[in-house]
Design a protein around this ligand. Structure first.
Ligand code: PEP
Ligand code: MN
Length: 337
C-alpha cells in the first residue's frame, strides 16, 4: 500500500499515520520526495481492511501496490534511485564502470590493475576476497588479507571498492572495508544474507541468480529494502540456458524490463555472462546501448596466471580500448559516461 500524504502535512499528522500503521503490525517506509511525502506500507495487508488509512487527517489517498515486490517497484517510487558511493553517482542513466580482477591475489598485482583501470576511466574497483567456488579445492580467496589489499588500493587510487560477501557473519568486516557489498549470483536467494545486509546502511549490489526469473530477482532485492536498506544496485550477469558456446546467456532484455518495473539502478556484468575475453566487449557495448546504468568488467594484467576466471579477463590495454568505444556508444545514445 502507498499512502500519499497531503501537501504541507504537519509532523504530528505524519507521526499519527506512522503510529496507526505500526499498531496494525505493518512496517512503514517513509519516502520523502521534493513535492510530496509518501509512506510505503508493507506486511500483511489484511489488517488494512479493518481500519482504512485514507480516513486519517494527514492522508490524501491510499493506493494498493499491485506488484509482488513493493518497495523495489516504480509504482512505489516513480523516480530513479541514484546512489552516491564516495562521490560516484550510480543510477539515473549515467554509465558507471566497475573493473578489476576476479579475485584479489597479491597486493602489487591488485594495485597495478587498479591504477590501470583508473587510468582508463573506471570509477570503482572490484575484487573478491571471499570467492564462491564450485569446487571446495579451488582458491577460496584471501579473506581479510584481501580486503586489506583492497583498502590499500583504494587509498592509493581513490577508487571506491566493491567486494563480495558470502556469510552474514562477515558484515562487520564489510562495514570496515567495502564501499559496496556484492551479493553474488549463487547467493541471490540466500534470504538470511539478504536481510542481514539489508539491516546495515551500506550500498549493496545484488547479482541475478543463475536460473532466476526477473520477478524472483526483484523479490530478492525486496528483502534488502524491506530490512531498511534502500541503497541497492541490481546486476544482470547472464542466466543458464541450453547454450554451451558461452558461459551463460546474457539477458539484455532484462535491462529495459527492469528499468520499467523498478527505480533501482541496473548494471551489467558481461564478463561472467559470456566467460570469454573476446565476447566481453560486444556485450558491454550492447548493454550500454540497451540502457544499463553501468558495467562490471573483469580485468587482469596476467590472465594466464589468474587464480580465477582468467579466460574471461580483459588485459588493461583491451579494457582501455573498450572504454573508448563505450564512450562513443554512450554519446550516440545521449548518455553521460
Ligand atoms: C563475481 O563477480 O566475482 C562473481 C562470482 O560473479 P557471479 O556471482 O555473477 O557468478
Ligand atoms: Mn569472476
Amino acid at each position: 500500500m502507498i499512502v500519499v500524504l497531503k501537501p504541507g502535512v504537519t509532523e504530528a499528522a505524519v507521526e499519527e499515520v506512522l503510529v496507526e500503521i505500526k499498531k496494525m503490525g505493518l512496517t512503514p517506509h517513509v519516502l520523502t520526495g521534493t513535492e510530496r511525502t509518501v509512506i510505503a506500507v508493507v506486511g500483511d495487508e489484511r489488517a488494512l481492511q479493518k481500519k482504512p488509512l485514507a480516513a486519517l487527517p494527514g492522508v490524501e489517498e491510499a493506493l494498493p501496490i499491485l506488484s509482488p515486490y513493493k518497495l523495489v517497484s516504480r509504482e512505489c517510487k516513480p523516480k530513479d534511485t541514484v546512489l552516491d558511493v564516495g562521490g560516484v553517482k550510480i543510477g539515473g542513466g549515467k554509465v558507471v564502470v566497475m573493473a578489476g580482477p576476479c579475485s584479489v591475489e597479491t597486493e602489487e598485482r591488485l594495485l597495478s590493475i587498479a591504477q590501470d583501470v583508473k587510468g582508463a576511466g573506471a570509477s570503482i574497483l572490484r575484487g573478491g576476497a571471499f570467492k564462491p567456488r564450485t569446487s571446495p579445492y579451488a582458491f577460496q580467496g584471501l579473506g581479510e588479507e584481501g580486503l586489506a589489499y583492497l583498502a590499500e588500493a583504494k587509498k592509493k587510487t581513490g577508487l571506491p571498492i566493491i567486494t563480495e560477501i558470502m556469510d552474514p557473519r562477515d558484515m562487520p568486516l564489510m562495514m570496515k572495508y567495502a564501499d559496496i557489498v556484492q551479493i553474488g549470483a549463487r547467493n541471490m536467494q540466500n534470504f538470511r544474507l539478504l536481510s542481514e545486509v539489508g539491516s546495515y546502511s551500506k550500498p549493496v549490489m545484488l547479482k541475478r541468480g543463475l536460473s532466476a526469473t526477473i520477478k524472483e530477482f526483484l523479490l530478492s532485492a525486496e528483502y534488502i529494502l524491506a530490512a531498511g536498506n534502500q541503497q541497492v544496485i541490481l546486476c544482470e550477469r547472464g542466466i543458464r540456458t541450453f547454450e554451451t558456446m558461452t558461459r551463460n546467456t546474457l539477458d539484455l532484455s532484462a535491462i529495459p524490463v527492469i528499468r520499467r518495473l523498478s527505480h533501482l539502478p541496473i548494471i551489467v556484468d558481461p564478463s561472467h555472462a559470456v566467460g570469454k575475453t573476446d565476447l566481453v566487449a560486444p556485450m558491454a557495448m550492447a548493454a550500454v546501448a540497451a540502457g544499463a546504468d553501468g558495467l562490471m568488467i573483469e580485468v587482469h594484467s596476467h590472465p594466464s596466471e589468474a587464480y580465477c576466471d582468467g579466460e574471461q579477463a580483459l588485459l588493461p590495454t583491451q579494457f582501455k580500448t573498450l572504454m573508448t568505444q563505450l564512450k562513443r556508444i554512450a554519446q550516440a545514445c545521449d548518455r553521460d559516461m
